[in-house]
Design a protein around this ligand. Structure first.
Ligand code: INI
Length: 155
């Protein structure tokens, strides 16, 4: 059986954007840090990494659509934090962000990852933004790196 699987390697010339929904920026700033660190550690060039800021997770799919339409990016890593405790419309925002990211990604056929935290409490968000449960921004960037390699394998 032939197994086709992306490797965690970058050539160094990949152009990647991080889109960050700034709402709950105490958390999302840490996700951006994690994503940037993962990009550079895997051989990405800091000069090829753009950070696009939007007000909240709801706006991420709109910026994603615009960013991919420019043709400038090989992949986009989306990060944000939707926290139920502080969000009466939690379900609406998290569902729209998730659905929108997937819809736009399918339209452009480029690697896109969803690093938008959806948690019940701020404590759970902190745990996923560089403490007990790791950094979901870093994980989202690693996903992009694997998918970039897989897409180049698949041609
Ligand atoms: N946006 C988030 O990213 N996370 C949240 O927890 C949140 N809360 O709590 O409301 C949030 N709201 C803003 C939303 O994403 C939009 O920016 C806003 O509705 C304007 O369109």
């Amino acid at each position: 059986m032939n197994i086709i699987e992306g490797k965690l390697r970058l050539k160094g010339d990949e152009k990647v954007a991080i889109i960050n929904g700034r709402f709950n920026h105490i958390i999302t700033d840490r996700l951006v840090e994690g994503a940037k660190d993962a990009f550079v550690r895997h051989g990405g060039d800091d000069k090829n990494l753009d950070l696009i800021l939007v007000p909240g997770a709801f706006e991420i799919p709109f910026a994603l659509e615009k960013a991919l339409a420019t043709g400038r990016y090989d992949a986009v890593c989306c990060v944000g934090a939707v926290i139920r405790g502080a969000t009466p419309h939690f379900d609406y925002i998290s569902a729209e962000a998730t659905k929108g990211i997937a819809t736009v990604a399918l339209k452009y056929g480029k690697p896109v990852s969803n690093g938008v935290l959806t948690t019940d409490t701020i404590e759970q968000a902190i745990e996923r933004a560089g403490s007990k449960v790791g950094n979901k921004g870093a994980e989202a960037m690693v996903t992009i790196i694997e998918m970039l390699d897989l897409y180049s394998e698949l041609g």
